[in-house]
Design a protein around this ligand. Structure first.
Ligand code: NYM
Ligand code: MG
Length: 238
């Protein structure tokens, strides 16, 4: 049971496409519920949900795919519309901002939030297209900062073996390779102490292993946060 004086933990799961984020997030939700920890699952961009995921009882109460911005992102990812790289980057960020207040309220009410992708995906995917890393980071500065980010690391080759890429924009081995390089840069910066700690803790998990092994590894990092967090929520990079 969570400590009533504490807020919920804000946990982000990041990684390449097919790294197992959604599977692990769902497993983690079940485990937290089993431990009587109130938990909510939030997905960014909230589009393109598999049916089972969308039907899941853990799906956030505000499905962001239904917002005007969520719909624009969805259409872009399905290649039904074209947008300038800067424009789509700002839309992804705006999608986080439009849900930031409700996310904060949920945490302050003592509920743990598990977030499937966040600002780090925003930077990794846009910077991989050649936009400046600093420019990509700017719109997400001062969003609620996660307490912990788990980066599920997998090689693009291994990810591809799992079910294949192809349906969506960015789901190409070469793109994923570039995205992974930006994630690696972020990971180094956030673990080297070269920045202040307002981005929370960053842990890289080897996601190329079996589902249950990865889940157990993740749980060892989550357990200390499961009973809640003391102190206010940080602001990302500020
Ligand atoms: N994506 C996701 C971005 O390009 N920027 C962002 O800010 C976020 C949150 O959306 N290939 C990309 C990464 C994915 C795509 O996400 C759809 P998902 O989790 O695969 O449905
Ligand atoms: Mg995907």
């Amino acid at each position: 049971m969570p400590d009533s004086k504490k807020r919920g933990a804000f946990i982000v799961i990041e990684g390449l496409d097919r790294s197992g984020k959604s599977t692990q997030a769902a497993k983690l939700c079940e485990r937290l519920e089993h431990e009587d920890i109130p938990v909510k699952l939030q997905k960014f961009p909230g589009t393109c949900l598999s049916l089972s995921y969308a039907k899941s009882t853990y799906f956030a109460s505000v499905p962001d795919r239904t917002t005007t911005i969520g719909k624009m992102i969805d259409s872009y990812l399905r290649s039904e519309s074209e947008l300038d790289d800067h424009t789509i980057h700002l839309l992804f960020s705006a999608n986080r901002w439009e849900l930031a207040n409700s996310l904060e309220k949920t945490l302050n009410a003592g509920t743990t939030v598990l977030c499937d992708r966040y600002a780090f995906s925003g930077i990794a995917f846009s910077a991989s297209k050649g936009l400046s890393y600093e420019w990509c980071r700017a719109p997400d500065v001062s969003l609620p900062a996660p307490d912990l980010t788990l980066f599920l690391d997998i090689t693009p080759e291994k990810a591809k073996e799992r079910g294949g890429y192809g349906e969506e924009r960015y789901e190409k081995e070469e793109t994923q390779r570039r995205v992974r390089q930006v994630f690696a840069r972020m990971g180094e910066e956030m673990t080297s102490g070269s920045q202040d700690s307002s981005h929370g803790q960053w842990i890289t998990v080897d996601a190329g292993r079996g589902v249950d092994i990865v889940a157990e590894d993740i749980w060892t990092h989550i357990r200390p946060l499961a009973s809640g967090v003391s102190g206010p929520l940080n602001r990302l990079w500020s």
